[in-house]
Design a protein around this ligand. Structure first.
Ligand code: NAD
Ligand code: UDP
Length: 314
């Protein structure tokens, strides 16, 4: 059924794909973004569509709109950007959540929070299940993001308990695909851009740390399914691809798929960098009937094609 949907952070990497998908399904979409890490380019192909609207707005300030559903994605996701102005990062997660929850409460609207695997910190439980509370440094350089997102989850569940709000929380694991920023510092975009430019591939630490990479289309499908679950099912639900790789394995795959001559260079490991990360997606399988379909090789191929074009344009 047609809905009026607000997406905060809608001009970002994930947000732009979500806008596109929800418009395609016949909804009216309002994209709210302050363009810190998002761009008009990401949504340029949607501008001019009659049921798409963009508002330049910082979610740390209140917002008055009339909508049926809210997807709250506003927050820089890459360490380089979220550490650039850490106070603003915490404000975005915490004040942003309060403002969007307040809006949802006034409208009696369903609201979904884009939380993160970072709530597990450097995990002692592997793979991570939703009932694991995490091992997070509260005062480190990643804390503005990790603790901001943890507090946002707290706010979501308190609004649910206190005001009976219809909430949904997904914990997103590393996701990649077209429209990541070429310079945003995340590992997939870094390696691909470095390989395509023939530059050295920067391995942080010894490259034995692991991540599990989910292709953007799979992730968007899971978010939509979560939003459509029956009232009372709040999550949190892990969404991600359980196939786990070391950063060295990722670098080798990127080099092979780009045909690059790039060499590896070893750089210091950033502090609090989690050693390993892999989602347990049993709950998503059970409640959403979902699992990822795109394997790393196919996902990398389309992401590489995107960056090839992008580098040609510049
Ligand atoms: P992104 O940086 O591309 O998108 C974030 C968007 O939020 C950008 O368009 C940015 O301009 C906007 N934004 C930032 N601060 C804002 C503010 N104060 N007011 C309004 N807009 C603001 O990142 P992404 O990868 O698309 O991530 C989207 C969401 O998903 C984030 O909340 C992130 O924490 C979460 N997430 C992403 C991943 C991933 O691997 N991509 C993993 C876990 C969680
Ligand atoms: N990483 C790397 N080289 C890079 C960028 C990142 O080896 O050029 C490593 C980083 O140290 C981390 C992993 O890749 O262990 C994933 O980093 P990213 O910033 O993409 O995501 P996150 O650490 O938030 O999961």
């Amino acid at each position: 059924m047609y809905k009026k949907i607000l997406i905060t952070g809608g001009a970002g990497f994930l947000g732009s794909h979500l806008c596109e998908r929800l418009l395609k399904e016949g909804n009216e979409v309002i994209c709210v973004d302050n363009f810190f890490t998002g761009s008009k380019e990401n949504i340029a192909h949607l501008l001019g569509k009659p049921y798409f609207e963009v508002i330049r707005h910082d979610v740390t300030f209140p917002l008055y709109l009339e909508v049926d559903q809210i997807y709250n994605l506003a927050c820089p996701a890459s360490p380089v950007y979220y550490q650039h102005d850490p106070v603003q990062t915490t404000k975005t997660s915490v004040h942003g959540a309060i403002n969007m929850l307040g809006l949802a409460k006034r409208l009696n609207a369903r609201i979904l929070q884009a939380s993160t695997s970072e709530v597990y910190g450097d995990p002692e439980v592997h793979p991570q299940t939703e009932d694991y509370w995490g091992k997070v440094n509260p005062i480190g350089i990643r804390s503005c993001y990790d603790e901001g997102k943890r507090c946002a989850e707290t706010l979501f569940f308190d609004y649910q308990r206190q005001h009976n709000l219809d909430i949904k929380v997904v914990r997103i694991f590393n996701t990649y695909g077209p429209r990541m920023l070429p310079n945003d510092g995340r590992v997939v975009s870094n390696f691909i851009v470095q390989a395509l430019k023939g530059e050295e591939i920067t391995i942080y630490g010894d490259g034995s740390q692991t991540r599990s990479f989910c292709y953007v289309d799979d992730l968007i499908e899971a978010m939509l399914r979560m939003m459509a679950t029956q009232e009372g099912f709040t999550g949190p639900v892990n969404i991600g691809n359980p196939c786990e790789f070391t950063m060295l394995e990722l670098a080798e795959k990127v080099i092979a798929l780009t045909g690059s001559q790039s060499k590896l260079v070893y750089c210091p490991l950033p502090s609090d960098d989690p050693r390993q990360r892999q989602p347990d997606i049993s709950l998503a399988r059970q409640e959403l009937g979902w699992e990822p379909k795109v394997n790393l090789e196919d996902g990398l191929k389309s992401t590489i094609a995107y960056f090839r074009n992008k580098l040609k344009e510049n």
